[in-house]
Design a protein around this ligand. Structure first.
Ligand code: SF4
Length: 342
């Protein structure tokens, strides 16, 4: 019987495009040298699973508006600080006097608000099903602590709508294991009815090789498939506790993704009962249209339409030290992975 590695190395079936939905998969596949094992007809393409990368320019502009126009202290994950907005990044806003505080979790942001009652504090809530519950918990804690100086600027997204939007971009999706740990696998099973194939993948070398080998074997059978290759963490039902929490506090809304445009019902926003903590409502946010740098092809990279190295400024005008787009900033970004490993 062949090992997963042998199945991959000896694959002689039809050409297949496999999309690494998750940025961590992109980085791990590079880092572990798995790309070097792939025969020519197996193409790996990057997808929209890096939360910082898919957050649109307009969101950065909104955060800068709050910081500079409303004197709000912005609490954020470090990656977002250097993502270019239309005119500047949050780092640039900091140089102009904005208070930008880096945190490791929404709970840290809520704690900061509690300890700094003289400041208005907003947490930049980005990410997918994995991180949304923590944002909700911070809001719950703020209500329990009777804070009136804490809010969140929400750009949380849900993945299934993105798979549908991208269904013609890839033959097989490598589903992100940590998202499926929360959502379960029923949604992925349902996607096979729409002709969308995929496998849930873990993050170790063995798990990634297994997921790729299973993808290649099933792809040759010629019909849509789904396999959970990360059963030690991912179950069919996912985390009911997290699902109930998010459903209690948030509802679906249309949402803009960098490169993919507005995808109906692919975003989350706080329900009416929690709107005191919604920064857009609290500060009566005006409509802000962000404009990405025209040289940047992050939008195409995130849809698997081009490789980072196809971008004219890759490695020249755009490097991790001087990023032009979000995909070079983020530790999970495809451009950053290509720059680091290729
Ligand atoms: Fe954007 Fe830089 Fe990537 Fe080009 S290399 S797509 S400018 S992040």
């Amino acid at each position: 019987m062949k090992t997963a590695r042998e199945i991959i190395e000896t694959y002689d079936g039809p050409k297949v495009r496999i999309m690494e939905v998750c940025g961590t998969h992109t980085h791990e596949i590079f880092r572990l040298g798995i790309r070097k094992l792939l025969p020519k007809q197996v193409e790996l393409i990057s997808g929209p699973g890096c939360p910082v990368c898919v957050t649109p320019v307009s969101f950065i502009d909104e955060a800068i508006y709050l910081a500079l126009e409303k004197d709000v202290t912005i609490c954020t994950f470090g990656d977002l600080v250097r993502v270019p907005g239309t005119k500047m990044s949050l780092a640039g806003a900091r140089e102009q006097g904005a208070k930008i505080h880096v945190v490791y979790s929404p709970a840290d942001a809520e704690k900061y608000a509690k300890e700094h009652s003289e400041e208005q504090v907003t947490f930049l809530s980005v990410g997918f099903e994995t991180t949304t519950p923590a944002g909700c918990l911070s809001v719950k804690a703020a209500r329990e602590d009777h804070l009136d100086n804490y809010s969140i600027l929400v750009a949380n997204k849900t993945m299934p709508q993105a798979y549908e939007k991208l269904k013609n971009s890839a033959d097989v999706f490598l589903y992100p294991g940590h998202v499926n740990a929360i959502t379960g696998t029923r949604l992925c099973e349902d996607l096979t009815k729409e002709g969308i194939s995929g496998v849930v993948a873990g993050f170790t070398a063995k798990e990634l090789l297994t997921a790729l080998a299973v993808s290649l074997v099933k792809f040759q059978e010629g019909k849509p498939f789904f396999v959970n290759c990360y059963p030690r963490v991912v179950t069919r039902d996912g985390s009911k506790e997290a699902q109930v929490l998010v459903d209690e506090m948030m509802e679906a809304c249309d949402c803009e993704w960098r490169g993919l445009g507005i995808i109906p019902k692919s975003g989350m926003k706080l329900r009416k009962e929690w709107q005191d903590f919604d920064a857009r409502i609290k500060y009566q946010m005006p409509k802000i249209e962000g404009k990405p740098n025209p040289a940047c092809r992050c939008g195409d990279v995130l849809q698997g339409k081009c490789k980072p190295s196809d971008c004219k400024v890759f490695g020249k005008g755009c490097t991790p030290q001087h990023p032009v787009g979000a995909c070079m900033v983020s530790g999970e970004g495809a451009c950053s992975a290509y720059y680091q490993y290729s």
